[in-house]
Structure formats: structure tokens, C-alpha cells
Design a protein around this ligand. Structure first.
Ligand code: AMP
Ligand code: TRP
Length: 324
């Protein structure tokens, strides 16, 4: 195993779904073979929008459990709650003194979220905390989808500014883009992304039962016509199902499209539903079979190791900046 490090994080907001699996978790799992992987349930980030505390406890815990259920292996990787390692917030403060207000105000996610939930300082400084998450462990790479490209650019910019002003402390992290399934679309509106915040029938949650999966896929919006073809312009609904089908079978989209071309939408959907149910079943079982104590144990021992790694970085930051 190399000593190259990756970091990624996810907010504990809503039920994890197929988009999270294909667009994020599958990469988190496969990166473990190549990198020392550090993953976080970014609870401090989730506080930028209102949360009910009792529900927040559950959401943090359930996301941690799901990340373990999909195959993040605590024997090789770290998984902890961001708030358990105070160094993230501390480094975020220092980086915030290097971040331009104009740059932060131009962030797409800030504009979108502040339209919806009103502005607060945390929403504006959100990407600075994200930069701190990444830089506190001096990671080399960050697996994230396109939606996070701007935040990673800011991270690189802050690392460069810091190094320029105070001397070389941080490596400049690269973004790793997932190869497949970068965007899983909604089952009820295949022109918008599958999302935690949309209606349950628009998405497959990773804890859905086989029955629920079959029902949702059978009622997925498809296109007028009857030929199964991979054509995002003309047939977005079918194309989305083909991508999902290909992910779970490991077969090329072209092969699947050829095999089901004239099978009819009904037969095609049953085949997709079976493949999804077979793929999601073991994840649901692993999730349901895991005890709360097991999850808590992993989270606390990982956090302890992360604190010790982050201590080393903060020692470098303190000595570079004169905070010694
Ligand atoms: P969110 O559910 O919005 O907190 O997203 C967490 C991460 O999951 C994102 O940064 C993406 O990498 C991934 N993700 C979320 N929704 C989708 C989707 N519909 N398709 C592909 N990836 C997704
Ligand atoms: N902002 C990311 C999202 O909404 C979550 C996140 C927080 C993250 N810190 C990170 C992702 C560090 C990668 C690296 O999806």
C-alpha cells in the first residue's frame, strides 16, 4: 500500500441513495486499494442548514453505518465524524484569513443554498472548511463529483497562497473524477439529478427492500417509443436505466442496449430491477446487521488516529505562521 492519501467527505443529510453509491461510495471503496483513505461524515458542514438535534444524531450515525456497509474497511482506512477532530475547524480559521470574499461569493453552491435557506456566515465559509478537511491531512487526491470542482479549485488556491506566504507546508491536491456514472438521474424526472431531497419514488435508497426497488424501477418515467436505446437526447429515462444496469452488471452499455433493443420496456425494466436488487441487497443486509456499538467503536478509534495525524500538520502550520 502506498502512503499517498485521499480524503473525501459526505454530509449527513437525508437517506443515502443510488446516486451516492455510484457517484461517490463506489470510488471511496475502490480507492482503498491504491491509497491510504480518510473519509469523514462532515457534520459541521451539515450545520450550515437547520437540523433538529435528535434527528441529527441519527443522521450522522446512519451515514457512518452506511459508509461501512458499502465496504469502507476500517482495517485499512479511517472513517470519523469531522466534529470529533477539532483541527478541521482550527485550520479552517487560519485558511479563512487567506480566502477572498469575492471568490467565496461566486461559489455556485453558496448562491444556491443561500437562495433557499437564507444567508449565514457558515454557508459562505463552507468551502474554506472543506479546504481544511483536505489540507489537514496533507492529502494528494480528492475523489469528488463535478458539483465539487469549484470547491477543490479553492482548496488548491488556498494551499498555494499558504505555501507562498508561509513556506511549503501543503501538497496541492488533485481531483479524481469518477469514471462511470458521474450523474445518476431521478427516476421520475430523468433530466434532473437523483437527490436526497426529492420524493422517495424518484430515487432508490440503499436501505430499500427488493419490493420497493422493483416497484420504483417499474414505475420509472421512460420515454415515448418502445426501442431500448442509449440516447440521452431522445431517451433520457431509458439511458439512465441503462447506466444503472451497466453499473450493477459490469457489462458495457452498448451490449445491454443491443440485447434489450426490441425486448420492450416492461421486460427491460424487470431485468434492471433484478440487477439493482441483487446489488443493493447485500448492502442493506450489511447495514441492518451492524450494531450501533460497532459503528461507534470505529468512529472513535479512527478519530483518535486522525487527531494524531492532524496534530502533526497543525505543528507545521503553527511553526510556519508564528503561532508557536
Ligand atoms: P449529496 O447527496 O448531495 O450530499 O452528495 C454527496 C455526493 O454524492 C456528491 O458529491 C456526489 O459525488 C454524489 N452524488 C449525489 N447525488 C448523485 C447523483 N445523482 N449522481 C451521481 N453522484 C451523486
Ligand atoms: N462539500 C461536499 C459535498 O457537499 C462534502 C465535503 C466536505 C467534502 N468536505 C469535503 C468532499 C472534503 C470532499 C473533500 O458533497
Amino acid at each position: 500500500m502506498t502512503n499517498k492519501r485521499v480524503f473525501s467527505g459526505m454530509q449527513p443529510t437525508g437517506e443515502p441513495h443510488l446516486g451516492n453509491l455510484i457517484g461517490a461510495f463506489s470510488n471511496w471503496v475502490s480507492m482503498q486499494d491504491e491509497y491510504f483513505s480518510i473519509y469523514c461524515v462532515v457534520d459541521l458542514h451539515a450545520m450550515t442548514v437547520p437540523n433538529e438535534p435528535a434527528q441529527f444524531v441519527e443522521a450522522r450515525h446512519n451515514l457512518a453505518k452506511m459508509i461501512l456497509a458499502v465496504g469502507v474497511d476500517p482495517g485499512r482506512s479511517l472513517l470519523y465524524y469531522q466534529s470529533a477532530v477539532h483541527h478541521h475547524a482550527e485550520l479552517s480559521w487560519i485558511l479563512s484569513t487567506l480566502a477572498g470574499l469575492g471568490h467565496l461569493e461566486r461559489m455556485t453552491q453558496f448562491k444556491e443554498k443561500s437562495d433557499k435557506s437564507g444567508q449565514n456566515l457558515g454557508l459562505l465559509s463552507y468551502p474554506v472548511l472543506q479546504a481544511a478537511d483536505i489540507l489537514i491531512h496533507k492529502v494528494h487526491a480528492v475523489p469528488v463529483g463535478d458539483d465539487q470542482a469549484q470547491h477543490l479549485e479553492l482548496t488548491r488556491d488556498l494551499a498555494e497562497r499558504f505555501n507562498h506566504r508561509f513556506g511549503e507546508v501543503f501538497p496541492i491536491p488533485e481531483r479524481i473524477t469518477p469514471e462511470i456514472g458521474a450523474r445518476v438521474m431521478s427516476l421520475t424526472d430523468p433530466t434532473s439529478k437523483m437527490s436526497k431531497t426529492d420524493a422517495p419514488k424518484s430515487r432508490i435508497d440503499l436501505i430499500d427492500t427488493t419490493d420497493q426497488i422493483v416497484k420504483k424501477i417499474k414505475s420509472a418515467v421512460t420515454d415515448t417509443g418502445s426501442v431500448v436505446a442509449y440516447d440521452w437526447e431522445g431517451q433520457p429515462g431509458i439511458s439512465n436505466l441503462l447506466e444503472i444496469f451497466s453499473y450493477f452488471t459490469g457489462r458495457p452499455i452498448a451490449d445491454l442496449a443491443a440485447e434489450y433493443e426490441t425486448a420492450g420496456y416492461g421486460t427491460f425494466k424487470v431485468a434492471v430491477a433484478e440487477a439493482v436488487a441483487d446489488g443493493v441487497g447485500p448492502i442493506r443486509e450489511a447495514y441492518l446487521g451492524m450494531s450501533d456499538e460497532e459503528v461507534a467503536g470505529v468512529m472513535s478509534s479512527s478519530a483518535e488516529r486522525a487527531r494524531s495525524m492532524a496534530d502533526d500538520t497543525m505543528a507545521d502550520v503553527r511553526s510556519a505562521t508564528g503561532l508557536t
